[in-house]
Design a protein around this ligand. Structure first.
Ligand SMILES: Cc1cc2nc3c(=O)[nH]c(=O)nc-3n(C[C@H](O)[C@H](O)[C@H](O)COP(=O)(O)O)c2cc1C
Length: 389
């Protein structure tokens, strides 16, 4: 079986390592400040090297290290993934762009035209990460007051229209959120392949919408038993609709030659953890984010308290913001934990690590070649394991 493995591109700055306090010091994203000695800033002046140049370096590095493409997240504090994907398309050859976006903020016809144009320009390298919003201040930044479950109604309508106009016949639609009257893409655009749909959200409303439209149901990493139960629920619901989605997990990875070396990185970063700031981040109505909070112990005496099962650590959000769970361990251990997820039904990974440039090479060259080893029986299979597990 083939497993699709993506790498993340930090869309709102990229900080050096988890060993040091949080500082986005790649490119000019954070401007001139103490300790920022990136190429973009020389003698107190910006020199023209921009954050997009760093993102291009990460895209090229992960492409040459064996990743299929990159996830481009979208939050109020980031660059826009559509624009970045278009800018990086000519810097890469086979690299796929997984663009995260909230359907509510684009008319589906506009999204269809942009997507098909990007497919033409890139040779079909666009992938969707459909996000429906986690509520709270991030949602209000967009001026969006639509209630949690209604956001999934909007997402469902959006995908129906997007697919409807991507055809050969005029398409009419009269929904709660979107309307079209005989709209259809021009033939040159409609001939492009419809992008694969990754779909995230842990609520019942999300699972309902994912059952209808996802090619891959995407989750943050969780304790393996809980993840399996969640996937079983999605699979069961989709089966009632006659659909069989695949499964994908987004995972931070801190892998080193030895397990001790990996934990030593965490230990060094731990001294800078600002727990209050981390709590402030977790506002909103996201069921998925609420699940994660439920696994983090109230009283933490040390970083190992957050190792919820071997090599599965729930403290990444404290070191760099973002999702809590990731894998910490030796190259072999991390590969084994990924293999276990494949056994559990996972078909695709989106991996990440700080700094994204160096870690793309490290994970690509040290961990990915080990994948699938536990299932291999002959040297011939080892060779093929680089592409399939
Ligand atoms: C792997 C993954 C990546 C996500 N990326 C983004 C993102 O880039 N921007 C965003 O606003 N939300 C992102 N989300 C949030 C979800 O799309 C969704 O809005 C959130 O999980 C709340 O849904 P729920 O209440 O159904 O769990 C992501 C979620 C997952 C699992």
């Amino acid at each position: 079986m083939t497993i699709d493995i993506y790498w993340r591109i930090g869309m709102g700055g990229d900080h050096a390592t988890l060993r040091t306090p949080r500082r986005n010091n790649r490119g000019e994203w954070n401007g001139i400040g103490p300790g920022n000695i990136t190429p973009a800033i020389r003698e107190g002046q910006l020199d023209g090297y921009a954050y997009i140049d760093h993102m291009a370096a990460v895209a090229k590095a992960s492409e040459s290290a064996g990743f299929l493409g990159g996830l481009l997240p979208s939050f109020p504090g980031t660059d826009d993934p559509w624009a970045v994907a278009a800018a990086l398309a000519r810097e890469t050859t086979t690299y796929r762009f997984m663009v995260a976006f909230q359907p509510g903020f684009l008319h589906p016809l506009q999204a269809a035209r942009m997507s098909a144009s990007l497919q033409r320009a890139t040779g079909g390298r666009l992938v969707y990460n459909i996000i429906s919003g986690g509520g709270g201040p991030n949602q209000l930044w967009w001026g969006d007051k639509v209630a949690h479950d209604d956001r999934y109604v909007r997402t469902t309508e959006f995908l129906e229209v997007l697919k409807g106009v991507w055809g050969s016949e005029p398409f009419d639609y009269d929904g709660r959120f979107f309307r079209t009257d005989g709209a259809v893409l021009p033939p040159a655009l409609a001939a492009e392949p419809f992008p694969e749909v990754y779909f995230s959200g842990s609520s019942a409303a999300a699972v309902g919408a994912a059952g209808l439209h996802s090619d891959y149901y995407l989750s943050w990493l969780e304790p393996y038993g809980d993840l399996k139960a969640k996937f079983d629920g999605v699979r069961e619901h989709a089966a009632k609709l006659g659909r069989t989605p695949k499964f994908a997990v987004r995972i931070d990875v801190l892998a080193r030659h030895t397990e001790e070396a990996a934990w030593a990185e965490i230990e060094q970063g731990w001294q800078y953890v600002d727990r209050e700031a981390a709590n402030r981040q977790a506002q909103g109505d996201s069921v998925g984010a609420g699940r994660i909070k439920g696994w983090v112990p109230e009283t933490i005496t040390g970083y190992r308290d957050l190792e919820v099962q071997p090599n599965v650590w729930a403290g990444f959000s404290l070191l760099r913001g973002g999702p809590a769970f990731g894998l910490v361990g030796s190259y072999e251990q991390v590969a084994e934990r990924l293999d276990e997820l494949v056994d559990l039904g996972v078909d695709a990974f989106i991996l990440a690590g700080n700094p994204h440039l160096e870690e793309a090479y490290r994970v690509g060259e040290e961990v990915l070649p080990l994948l699938g080893r536990s299932r291999l029986t002959s040297p011939d299979q080892v060779l093929r394991a680089h592409a399939t597990v």
